[in-house]
Design a protein around this ligand. Sequence first.
Ligand code: ARG
Length: 463
Amino acid sequence: MTDTTSNKMWGGRFAAGPDAIMEAINASISFDQRMAAQDIAGSRAHAAMLAAQDIISDSDADAIRKGLLTVLSEIEGGTFAYSTALEDIHMNVEARLKEVIGEPAGRLHTGRSRNDQVATDFKLWTRDQFDAAESGLLALIKALLGQAEAGADWVMPGFTHLQTAQPVTWGHHMMAYVEMFGRDLSRMRDARARMNESPLGAAALAGTSFPIDRDMTAQALGFDRPAANSLDAVSDRDFALEFLSAASICAMHLSRFAEELVIWSSAQFRFVTLSDRFSTGSSIMPQKKNPDAAELIRAKIGRIMGANVALMMVMKGLPLAYSKDMQEDKEQVFDAADNLMLALAAMEGMVKDMSANRESLAAAAGSGFSTATDLADWLVRVLGLPFRDAHHITGSLVALAEQNGCDLPDLTLEQMQSAHGDITADVFDVLGVENSVNSRMSYGGTAPAQVRTQVARWKGIIG
Ligand code: ARG
């Protein structure tokens, strides 16, 4: 039912209330109630500052502080009655404060606007998400380090084009993801440091004539400093976009890893066994154990990147300063943050629980002519051949092995010598996968010793 009276928070110049459809498109309370705690924290900091600056009396500030605590406990206790007519969390809280403490409530909005208020609340909320992402990433990195340490010298095939390329170690493969999630961690920390400036006190757009102390409110809310331009402060959503963009890259990494887990857990690969705790069954095929968590993680990039694009499109044509378009920021960030945290936690759980099948990995590591590069390198190192010639000779031996239906180490010395007469039996040493990975000692290479060095380095970094 449409309320025919004008809005009690801003309706002074209005003779009639909004149409029901207007109310429906205008209200954000159905979702911005998630920022209730941040809204109340911002109001408490603002009221304390107004009193310190003698803009309101100490007794009014005290009444406001106590009243806000009452409102907060109602919200936390689930007894708060949200009103769509009051549009958003800011006006819902203030209207309830008026009911609880009366006249002093009307003084809270001195020297501020909903524009700096919403920017402040949303920044505080998003700041917590940077911190949550950091914790989630650290936990996932720890789980990966556990896998890498356990299997630093387990051999497996390394792929390019998803074709067997060269043998690598399980630990090395895990550490590749540590590097990726490590960059995600640094992106989150980087953006959090940049965003930590307080919009509060920018007021509607131009600042205020009241002698407010923006340093005081900034400090009370854990910001490093007040934002330096009031127009920018109320119309900036870069912090949300940086979160969504860092979240998108992270979700892309999660998706790539999830894809590998889906492939690796298949009957054709059997590289890993996922735990029952992170798998599901089929209602019709009794033998099935499905990697649903990995598949859902693989899919999360869709909505997270979607949120990133959606908010970028919302912001792209907006003139300074605040426009109501910006109300469309919150649901995107809420949904992306919820799903990123869930995906990180699910991936951490899967990684901690999964077991690599060392025998399957080793068997696959030796197939597909994976040590052909080692053979070519041997021809260069020992016989002094140019690499291009060595490549060609090795190629002919691969073709020969293929014809005989065997792998490179199964060829006889005579067969080897048919490609180049100077080849000696020593060549067979480099055709073993263990020797192959052990020889890759270049910095950042797949040799177990290099993997252990990187595990130790990362342990030092994350503490
Ligand atoms: N609910 C609004 C939002 O989320 C709050 C700011 C409204 N400001 C205004 N002047 N209408 O953006």
